[in-house]
Design a binder for this molecule. Structure first.
Ligand code: A2R
Length: 316
């Protein structure tokens, strides 16, 4: 019998790449979209992807009862920090209550399922500069509503794993990028701006926020490989940093993207892109993930950014 895999938020950035990866295996894929219908290029053709607002307990229960999955990748979320400031209620309801309904649905209707909960490096939220690579046992510092919901999701995951006996694993993912990312995220925002400038759709000025931050970026195609390995080999109730273990300055990323273009582009700071509480450095330690799953990132940051720019060049 083939493995039944359920992906919440299947038509989002990561979901799309996860479906690509899983499509080459024998598993039966189902999942959710919300609110927009997936298009042909979303790669959902032939898959059982239904419209479910995870804030609806009834819909979540009905879906899990019907699909009876062996694995769940729980990706559905308000995934953007800026949106989490602007839409706080929506963020809390989706990321916390949505996760609670999913775990309850699993407890009631699919108690043997393995679930991967996707958390975020934002839970570390350290606002004082430090060069230290963050480890899973480092403490939480909640500095934005998004981080608050991911800390809550981790606590819910631990509770359901330890007390309710559900098989839940926590991926604490650091920044990721690659083709298909929403321009609400920094690399994709810059790549889209460059592609628009190259097509003559915008003047040759790129608008940026704070360039001083440093982030640990991994290509989304490596991220989804880690997620599959975690459901194959991860331990119940455990947290795993998913990251490259290398930090790149945002300035370096911008310079790389600009180096792919033959256009002369001016850089201008746009104050609306500056964050309320910006974390200066997020660098992760990925030893636990590597040791327990043999995961290795394969795609360089340069390749990832180049693919992202190509993605936008084909679309503008
Ligand atoms: O925001 P939309 O319209 O793109 O829809 C997103 C969807 N989503 C929901 N699904 C069901 N019920 C809701 N109330 C709801 N609100 C949002 O979840 C989107 O299709 C999906 C999440 O995908 P992205 O926003 O593209 O995030 P990404 O990068 O794929 O991240 C996946 C996971 C998330 O848990 C992030 O917080 C974490 O990895 O980094």
């Amino acid at each position: 019998m083939s493995l039944k895999v359920f992906i919440s938020g299947a038509t989002g950035f990561v979901g799309h790449h996860l479906i690509d990866l899983l499509s080459s295996s024998e598993c039966e894929i189902s999942g959710t979209f919300f609110p927009d219908e997936p298009g042909i290029e979303d790669g959902c053709g032939g898959k059982d992807i239904s419209c479910v607002d995870i804030r609806s307990e009834e819909k979540v229960f009905e879906t899990i009862k019907k699909t009876q999955p062996n694995w769940i990748f729980h990706l559905a979320a308000v995934s953007n920090v800026r949106h989490s400031w602007e839409k706080r209620t929506d963020t809390l309801e989706t990321n916390i209550m949505g996760t609670f309904y999913l775990f309850e649905a699993a407890r009631k209707f699919a108690p043997k399922v393995r679930i991967l909960f996707i958390s975020s490096s934002d839970v570390y939220g350290i606002l004082v500069p430090t060069e230290k690579a963050l480890k899973e046992e480092d403490s939480f510092h909640v500095v934005n509503p998004y981080a608050f919901t991911k800390v809550s999701g981790e606590i819910l995951s631990k509770f359901y794993a330890e007390v309710e006996n559900l098989d839940i694993i926590i991926a604490r993912s650091f920044s990721h990028t690659g083709p298909g990312q929403s321009p609400d995220f920094v690399c994709s925002d810059w790549a889209l701006q460059i592609a628009r400038i190259e097509k003559g759709l915008a003047k040759p000025v790129i608008e940026v926020g704070n360039l001083n931050g440093k982030r640990d970026f991994t290509d989304v195609r490596d991220i989804v490989k880690a997620y599959v390995l975690l459901l194959e080999k991860g331990r119940r109730g455990e947290v795993y940093n998913v990251c490259s273990g290398k930090a790149a300055a945002l300035r370096e990323i911008l310079d790389l993207l600009l180096s792919f273009s033959s256009q002369k582009i001016e850089v201008q700071v746009d104050s609306s892109k500056l964050r309320k509480a910006d974390i200066p450095l997020l660098l992760g330690d990925n030893q636990k993930l590597k040791k327990e799953t043999s995961w290795e990132p394969e795609i360089s940051l340069k390749q990832s950014l180049s693919d992202l720019l190509e993605y936008w060049r084909k679309r503008v």
